[in-house]
Design a protein around this ligand. Structure first.
Ligand SMILES: C[S@@+](CC[C@H](N)C(=O)[O-])C[C@H]1O[C@@H](n2cnc3c(N)ncnc32)[C@H](O)[C@@H]1O
Length: 306
């Protein structure tokens, strides 16, 4: 797990779990009895060790020129990523509908209301495809955008893709004015899963403000992404840091690691109201290699006021 050339394979995260937070580690002697433990507590020593690792790998920052290149060519780096991994990375997520029941299929009856869901940075459809696959709502409309043309091509070519209910398109979410096939104030749900972290920090607020603009009053922004001191952050080598907590991987894709406070502040400043903000600290165990891997993800749900 020392190679930083690729994003960490989050496939363990996709393990079938009955529900978030059901297997709690009470005694360290138990640690290698299972592959994953939810809600693990970090003690002061572990927090300090994580701080020290981050200080070490972020003391040297990349030059302005290098930084500009990674930002300018970001869509190309993601295109290459999908050229190599096709739809095999960021695999289907069994946690999707338990963590975000708002995305789960709704009963289709005569009272069902039209619903519209938009995913930013949808990649090859790890969220959109299960929604299309399981939903029987006749009035559901799903949209997705990604700035990687390759990702959108792959998504459109999947057998579960259904262009009668879904429209996906290439768009850079950081652009000033979004070119989208729907009106402002029109989306019931906007989904951002492991995408804000790929965007340079100075543009994040603008992206969230555009989300606010396109959400319906009463609409919900659901979000999941990397948290500060996640294993993926700690294992970066020196020389990969673009700015504090923002790094470039060996394949040229960029990644930021958030704190709760940063997200609360940005989302609130965008005009959204907090409904959920949790840090999911999980311990994944490689029993064969006696390895303990501490993962940190942040999950939020923020609503646009009526
Ligand atoms: C870590 S992947 C996650 C993909 C998908 N959300 C998932 O969960 O499988 C990040 C995605 O964000 C896309 N992305 C990064 N920056 C973007 C931007 N500025 N505009 C649109 N898409 C972007 C990348 O192309 C990539 O597909």
């Amino acid at each position: 797990m020392s190679d930083t050339s690729q994003p960490l394979d989050d496939s363990n995260e996709n393990e079938k779990r009955p529900q978030f937070g059901t297997r709690l580690l009470k005694d360290n002697a138990d640690v290698f009895k299972h592959n994953a433990w939810d809600h693990v507590e970090w003690d002061a020593e572990q927090e300090l060790a994580a701080q020290a690792a981050v200080e070490k790998n972020s003391t040297v920052k990349m030059s302005e020129d290098q930084r500009a290149r990674f930002q300018l060519d970001a869509p190309k780096f993601w295109d290459s990523f999908y050229g190599i991994h096709d739809n095999r990375f960021f695999k289907d997520r069994h946690w999707l509908f338990t963590e975000f029941p708002e995305l789960a299929p709704m009963a289709n009856n005569e009272h069902s209301q039209p619903r519209s869901i938009f995913e930013l940075g949808c990649g090859v459809g790890n969220t959109i495809l299960p929604i299309l696959q399981y939903s029987t709502e006749s009035q559901l409309r799903v949209y997705g955008c990604d700035f990687s043309e390759r990702a959108i091509e792959i998504l459109r070519s999947q057998p579960q893709y259904d262009d009668k209910r879904c429209e996906v398109f290439v768009m850079d979410a950081t652009q000033e004015h979004w070119q989208v096939p729907f009106e402002e104030n029109s989306q019931d749900i906007i989904v951002m899963i492991f995408v804000l972290s790929a965007i340079e920090p100075s543009k994040m607020q603008h992206v969230l403000e555009n989300c606010y603009r396109y959400l319906k009053p009463g609409g919900l922004l659901v979000f999941r992404d990397y948290g500060r001191y996640d294993l993926a952050q700690l294992r970066f080598k020196s020389g990969k840091c673009l700015e504090d907590n923002f790094y470039v991987r060996g394949d040229g894709t960029m990644v930021y690691f958030f704190t709760e406070q940063e997200l609360r502040s940005m989302l609130t400043q965008a005009g959204l109201v907090e409904e959920q903000l949790l840090v999911d600290r999980r311990l994944q165990v490689n029993r064969g290699r006696c390895l303990k891997m501490y993962r940190v993800w942040i999950q939020t749900k923020f609503r646009k006021p009526l």
